[in-house]
Write a protein of this length. Sequence first.
Length: 129
Amino acid sequence: MLLDGADHGVKNFTNNELKLCLVFDFNRTGQETIKHSENYKKFKEGLKSFVNDWDYIDTAVEANAKHNKWHPIIILKPMLPLFESTNTHQEQINVVLEVFSELQKNLIERPEFIKLVEELTVAKSSVIK
């Protein structure tokens, strides 16, 4: 969850409102790999259309974001609308778990995500040798 997006470069998108977030994090090897990766381009295109009910932020190109090479892509979803029909803390937990479970399930099945992970795995293993 994210309240203040200053550290991630997305402060203009939080509006002092608590949001669910998924932050894509890349280490130095990953940062170098994605600079010229067709898989990364395809992943971003697919992700943007796939998460259409989230705020998709590519900090490298979004004018209202500060580029963050460690966290170049962030997706946000306001929490209050998700909790409108809940009455207890446990119901809120269940909603968050459901939202992220569905997002995770759909994300890891996407071919462009699988190809990007494979590319990053190869890049990482070549650095380790």
